[in-house]
Write a protein that binds this ligand. Structure first.
Ligand code: GAL
Length: 641
């Protein structure tokens, strides 16, 4: 196995749930998996009740058979700890294992994920079965990796979670004075005089304390991470050579994946873009880039995607012919060393009975299965990309705390959504085939030619200094609006925004000016005139060059886009939401100045190009075929977006 990857073959397969089927189907599964070129099956994700039918009594024999059968057919296993979904006996006999909503109601069993992460009963049973699985299978020849739980994201607001929250807060703030200070409890008579008074954000009369809300989001992520680590350590203790992962959900707000990823041996992703969404390919690319970046650029694993439709969607349109192959190649191009699906065989019963699968209800004589077989063949030819990297000259900053904070209650514009800002800045780069990584604001940025900050409302002092230093040392930076506003306690930084970036950007903001949807006009000799909407800022240049100015509305005459030289570098500030073409021009100018170049210039509009190792992947997202010019000819580099 290449030391830079977790595999020596491109992994291909999906979730395999043989416990839903009689033995004769297992035999057919093996034959079909071989036919399709499947080499990895994710097993046991929701098998807890079958593995432990009554408390403490394990029935592993059927799983022995499954693993042996897969092994005999040359198929590896990603073995799950089944702890995402508790057996009914647990919730029935120990109702305290059930999660509680903010309003005090209990989410009961009959679905999945019915557990309180703080429940000691849940934890003990989860640890015991993880340890038992580790003990039994850690040296099984089929085992390729551990898959801990599934899509962690359950949040509970019960009294046990309240107690755990207090402990978490004591570590963060030391004593009650620290907590009162951090949460600003002088406001609205919220001062706490005893730790027992401190509770999770529950159903309240009016707006919740924002820092309490934010801290609970951080705590909920850390609490789940503790469960992941407990299970990881148990399975690992039986054989440290087996890599451990859990399946992330891309831009999922509930878990801070920067913190999680460093606890994993490899990062894996579940992604379900909507085939009806014209921007799905862009969102897919963005999620792939995030996943690669979470793993520090190392190869990652596409753990789940649907080969057809996703049964939970309002309109579960299947992927059109070839689309699953296209999106699978996109993942490999953007750094995946494996492409798996949910799921192998379509269930005939249960909540997901209408979900797409590699073997659909129609059986192997189907378009979907034929395409799966083709994909298996194509992926098998790509072994020489294994372990190679995707080079990126641009970093887009992404921070879970900044995301959570900007979407707390009582922000100036409730329609100002963090991911919209990320998408707006990602889109022109993606369209121009300029590859971008995502980076944490405190990460080392020195290898990037350009750093893009779509929105960084909340920022730590360390991150702010990091960005300033990056530019001082010659970096190019583009920052979007409403950035640098608060500190990690959600305390507004005073004296004119954005306090930590004022010198860097050469400007001072007095007022944020959220707008109704009516666009404003903006004049710019350099960029061409454009419109902007939703957001503006009452600001004054203090050294920066004004690149664009509002010419209508209450901010007429106020700068909308500025550029400042700072140290050896250059920082742009975009104080509004320009129309897409104008934002593309801004980013194009910044890329040009920074020397960040497309993988291949001048490609037809919906053709995506990604360089991975010494290969360039070209992906046509258009329905029609396109003619590509002779790529062997040296073309003039062009960074116009
Ligand atoms: C994922 C999950 C799978 C399956 C799939 C359906 O969220 O991990 O178990 O439910 O969605 O799209």
């Amino acid at each position: 196995m290449s030391s830079s990857s977790f595999t020596d073959r491109i992994l291909f397969g999906g979730d395999y749930n043989p416990e839903q089927w009689p033995r004769e189907v297992w035999e057919e599964d093996m034959a079909l998996m071989r036919q399709a070129g499947v080499n990895l099956a994710t097993v046991g994700v929701f098998s807890w009740a079958m593995l432990e039918p009554t408390p403490g009594v394990y029935e592993f024999e059927w799983l022995d058979e499954v693993l042996d059968l897969l092994h005999a057919n040359g198929i590896g296993v990603a073995l799950a700890t089944p702890t995402a979904s508790t057996p009914p006996w647990m919730n029935h006999r120990w109702p305290e294992t059930l999660p509680q909503n903010p309003d005090g109601t209990i989410r009961t069993y009959g679905s999945r994920n019915a557990y309180c992460p703080s429940s000691s009963v849940y934890r003990e049973f989860a640890d015991k079965i993880s340890d038992a699985l580790g003990g039994r299978y850690a040296h099984h020849p089929a085992l390729r990796m551990w898959h801990i739980g599934n899509e962690f994201g359950t949040v509970c607001h019960c009294d046990r979670c309240a107690a755990r929250f207090r402990t978490w807060l004591q570590v963060r703030y030391g004593d009650l004075d620290g907590l009162n200070e951090a949460w600003g409890t002088a406001f609205w008579s919220q001062r706490y005089s005893d730790w027992d008074e401190v509770i999770p954000p529950r159903q309240v009369q009016y707006v919740i304390n924002p820092t309490q809300d934010l801290d609970y989001q951080r705590f909920a992520s850390d609490l789940l991470l503790g469960g992941f680590i407990a299970e990881r350590d148990l399975v690992r203790s039986h054989n440290p050579a087996i890599p451990v992962t859990t399946n992330f959900m891309g831009f999922f707000k509930g878990t801070d994946s920067w913190r999680w990823a460093r606890e994993e041996d490899l990062v894996s992703l579940d992604t379900y873009p909507d085939p009806n969404d014209p921007d799905a390919a862009r969102d897919n690319a963005m999620t792939h880039d995030l996943t690669r970046s979470l793993g520090g650029g190392k190869p990652w694993l596409l753990m789940e995607q649907s080969p057809a439709g996703a049964g939970w969607r309002h309109i579960a349109t299947p992927k059109r012919r070839g689309l699953n192959q296209l999106w699978s190649m996109q993942a490999v191009a953007r750094g995946a060393d494996g492409v798996l699906h949910f799921q192998w065989r379509a269930s005939k019963q249960g909540a997901e009975r209408t979900h797409g699968a590699m073997v659909p209800h129609a059986g192997p004589d189907s378009r979907v299965f034929r395409e799966i077989c083709q994909l298996g063949k194509q992926l098998a030819q790509l072994d020489d990309v294994i372990g190679t990297n995707v080079a990126a000259e641009v970093a887009i900053l992404h921070d879970w705390d900044a995301w959570r904070a900007v979407e707390l209650d009582h922000q100036p514009h409730s329609g100002f959504r963090y991911l919209d800002r990320i998408r707006e800045y990602y889109t022109p780069l993606w369209r121009a085939n300029i590859t971008a990584d995502f980076a944490h604001p405190e990460a080392d940025l020195s290898t990037y030619k350009l750093v893009v900050v779509p929105n960084l409302y909340q920022v730590t002092d360390v991150a702010a200094a990091n960005l300033v230093r990056y530019v001082e040392r010659g970096g190019h930076l583009v920052m979007g609006p409403f950035s640098g506003v608060s500190d990690p306690d959600e305390r507004i930084r005073l004296g004119g925004h954005p306090v930590p970036f004022r010198e860097l950007l050469g400007l001072r903001i007095e007022e944020y000016w959220p707008l109704p949807d009516e666009p404003l006009t903006v004049e710019s000799a350099e960029l061409g005139d454009f419109t902007a909407a939703t957001w503006a800022e009452w600001l004054t240049a203090e050294g920066a060059t004004v690149v664009a100015t509002f010419t209508s509305g209450p901010l007429s005459g106020i700068p909308a886009v500025l550029r400042n030289s700072h140290g050896e570098g250059t920082a742009w500030y975009v104080a509004t939401l320009p129309e897409p073409a104008a934002l593309a021009r801004i980013l194009g100018a910044a890329c040009h100045a920074a020397g960040a170049e497309p993988v291949l210039p001048g490609l037809p509009p919906r053709v995506e190009a990604i360089r991975r190792g010494d290969k360039v992947f070209l992906l046509n997202h258009d329905d029609e075929s396109v003619q590509i010019r002779d790529l062997t000819q040296d073309a003039a580099q062009d960074t116009a977006l």
